[in-house]
Design a protein around this ligand. Structure first.
Ligand code: NAG
Ligand code: NAG
Ligand code: NAG
Ligand code: NAG
Ligand code: NAG
Ligand code: NAG
Ligand code: ZN
Length: 430
């Protein structure tokens, strides 16, 4: 009798336990084990990390005082990346908008240099430039991206040279407009007066050239108008490397549903940003808040178009439980608890990104007969005090250049040379 009664209670309690587990009342320690197993099989490829910005701010890019294994003042270090089961990281070469019309190109080169150093001097990392390398490496793959189109100073040759340095992704703007694309933010005054309706002709040429080169076009930080124009123009899938859902939190950095529908059609990817200010418009942000974005984005865009772009070291303020790059498994545990299955999670963790990158490479291969674009931005659209206009140099009437000894011959030679080989004359006056 007793044992029969006992088994009845056990059955009852067992069912009740499962109900509690399904309702999330019982801490499901097994979910974290499953999350870690899943991530060992499918290590995360994360869309956006600003470690290089921290290296600029904290060390002015001097690495001799920096131990990347265990440095504790950044959210990103090698030990944390390993604990977080990160198998690939897109590192941003970002320079402030205030460098636009100044030394943005040099600063971008320096950020690329510091990422390349980190990714080649530490043997746990591997600099990747192809989807295949990212898929196959057993190390932490690094991919270099440029954050903010002001980095190319409205020059397609500059874009091509960045590609040669290993850059495989670029966001068209940061928080400032460029002469050819619009930002989601209007805190800077650059090129504000121009209503370019998303993309200028030169902006379209940038998109075309990125398609031709096989560079991922990143729409995080662009205005919705620019994002729409790019989605209509691009032959290859695009990404939002670190943006979340506007319906869940109405911040202008997030993506509204109509763009998500276009993104799905484009075959691209939205990689969810964790920054508290973008995911929780009110209240505190925690793991559930991020999972709410993913649940919603899955409904609208489908799991094949989702990824993760934590934005670590790029912002202050991350959700409780997701403070640094070691914490990704906690989010995967939460999603398992919400019923996401292995196929969906493997896709979000890395397979979607690899598919998009491969498709970008495929478009590049299809365009292999297309010659490098020679489109140049009309001077008047990018005119600023640091941009040299190609015209005969003006010789100052006084000063060293026009001295009795050297001035006249120089002026004469300049005039002569301008007549024969116009642009070469500019070299005289650098
Ligand atoms: C966790 O799941 C495994 C099977 O995957 C099982 O053997 C184990 O008993 C479970 N542990 C807990 C604490 O539920
Ligand atoms: C990092 O590790 C080095 C040696 O491996 C050690 O000397 C140093 O104290 C550690 N730093 C931190 C912040 O743990
Ligand atoms: C965002 O939503 C809040 C309420 O949830 C509202 O007060 C605010 O005006 C909205 N902002 C925008 C830009 O729509
Ligand atoms: C997250 O915060 C909400 C309240 O904002 C709370 O209901 C929920 O339990 C929290 N979730 C986690 C996983 O901490
Ligand atoms: C996982 O979910 C997707 C839909 O989101 C479904 O197509 C697939 O069959 C599921 N896989 C398993 C193993 O349940
Ligand atoms: C460029 O801007 C400068 C200063 O605003 C102006 O003097 C010059 O005429 C402009 N040049 C062109 C070609 O627009
Ligand atoms: Zn950003």
């Amino acid at each position: 009798m007793f044992s029969l009664k006992g088994s009845g209670i056990c059955q009852y309690l067992g069912t009740f336990y499962i109900l509690l587990l399904l309702c999330g009342v019982v801490p499901a320690s097994n979910l974290s084990t499953r999350a870690l197993e899943l991530m060992s099989k499918y290590p995360l490829i994360d869309g956006h990390n600003d470690l290089a910005l921290r290296l600029r701010i904290m060390f002015n890019n001097k690495l001799d005082q920096f131990n990347f294994y265990n440095y504790s003042k950044t959210a990103t270090n090698i030990n944390k990346l390993k604990a977080g089961h990160v198998g690939g990281q897109i590192f941003a070469a970002y320079v402030m908008c205030t460098a636009q019309e100044m030394d943005a190109v040099r600063l971008t080169l320096e950020q690329i240099d510091v990422i390349r150093r980190i990714c080649t001097e530490y043997t746990d990392l591997e600099l990747a430039t192809t989807a295949k390398e990212m898929r196959n490496t057993k190390k932490i793959a690094c991919l270099i991206s440029i954050e903010g189109g002001h980095a190319i100073d409205s020059s397609l040759p500059a874009l091509r040279m960045f590609y040669l340095l290993g850059v495989r992704s670029m966001s068209l703007t940061h928080n400032c407009n460029t002469p050819w694309a619009e930002s989601s933010s209007d805190i800077y005054s650059y090129y504000k007066k121009r209503n370019i309706n998303g993309l200028t002709d030169f902006g379209k040429a940038v998109v075309d050239e990125m398609n031709r080169l096989g560079m991922l076009i990143d729409l995080s930080h662009t205005s919705w108008g620019t994002a729409r124009a790019v989605l209509q123009r691009s032959k290859a899938p695009v990404i939002f490397s670190h943006s979340s859902s506007y319906t869940i939190c109405n911040h202008s950095r997030n993506v509204p549903d109509d763009l998500l529908v276009m993104l799905k059609k484009n075959g691209g990817l939205i990689m969810v940003n964790f920054h508290s200010g973008f995911i929780a418009c009110e209240g505190i942000a925690n793991i559930s808040t991020v999972a709410n974005h993913l649940d919603y984005l899955k409904q609208i865009a489908g799991y094949e178009h989702l990824g993760i772009g934590g934005d670590y070291d790029g912002a202050n303020g991350f959700p409780q439980g997701l403070e640094d790059v070691s914490k990704y498994p906690a989010l995967i545990g939460e999603l398992l608890w919400r019923g996401w299955n292995e196929t969906e999670l493997a896709s979000v963790l890395r397979l979607n990104f690899l598919r998009v990158f491969e498709n970008v490479e495929k478009v590049r291969d299809e365009l292999s007969d297309t010659r490098p674009s020679e489109v140049q931005i009309p001077f008047i659209e990018a005119n600023n005090s640091c941009r040299m206009e190609l015209k005969p140099p003006v010789i100052p009437k006084t000063g060293n250049v026009y001295s009795v000894s050297g001035g006249f011959p120089l002026l004469f030679m300049s005039a002569l040379c301008w007549t024969i080989v116009p642009f070469q004359c500019l070299l005289l006056y650098c």
